[in-house]
Design a protein around this ligand. Structure first.
Ligand code: MN
Length: 206
């Protein structure tokens, strides 16, 4: 049900993004952060919950500096299999542009809880304040997402908590995909070359 908005926005004949289906990790909950050059560059921060990826678009990207709070706009739930999506969303489609998997890993609630980790996270999300430990390749340690009370109901803040992983060093300088090791810039170049080659082929056929 929660994936209907995701499916409505996309035509799966034209985009290689996965169709919206519920999926689940066997053991620990996963997270993924994608770097996405759509009309504006942003990072998509996604947390597995309830068989989908709860998603926020973070225009300036995550930071490991506890002094820095980053605006995170909640967007539609994405399917679990989106965790592996890397590639080009063709022109004319929703979110057109290139995507790399900038970071991934597992995550869990940072405070004590009874029952399942997932239920704790869901309850905190519902309250608009969720704190969790990230075990990624780039993002590590405790983070919080806090809903802003005010005009925009989708506006949240993403922030790092003080711990041994906190640093003022800019984590966004680590700019390669954790899956393929390509940068977004390399992917963009390749995708532009492929497009040009395809157009040339079409012309030659005519
Ligand atoms: Mn995006």
């Amino acid at each position: 049900m929660s994936l209907s908005r995701y499916n409505e926005k996309r035509n799966f004949k034209h985009t290689s993004e996965p169709e919206g289906k519920i999926g689940k990790s066997e053991n620990q909950l996963i997270f993924v952060v994608q770097k996405h050059a759509a009309s504006h560059l942003h990072y998509d921060f996604r947390l597995e919950m309830d068989g989908v990826l709860k998603s926020w678009a973070v225009p300036k990207g995550p930071s490991l500096d506890p002094e820095i709070k980053r605006l995170a706009m909640m967007v539609e739930d994405h399917p679990y299999s989106y965790k592996d999506f890397e590639g080009t969303i063709p022109e004319g489609n929703y979110g057109a542009g290139n995507v790399i998997v900038w970071d991934n890993g597992t995550y869990l609630p940072s405070s004590e809880y009874k029952g399942s980790a997932e239920n704790k996270l869901k309850a905190d999300l519902h309250k608009g304040h969720i704190s969790f430990i990230m075990k990624g390749k780039k993002l590590k340690g405790e983070f919080s997402l806090v809903k802003l009370r005010g005009k925009d109901e989708n506006a949240w803040l993403l922030m790092k908590k003080e711990d041994k992983y906190a640093t003022t060093a800019d984590v966004l300088k680590k700019n390669k995909s954790v899956i393929t090791k390509v940068t977004l810039e390399t992917l963009e170049k390749k995708s532009a070359q492929n497009k040009a080659a395809n157009e040339k082929k079409k012309l030659q056929k005519n």
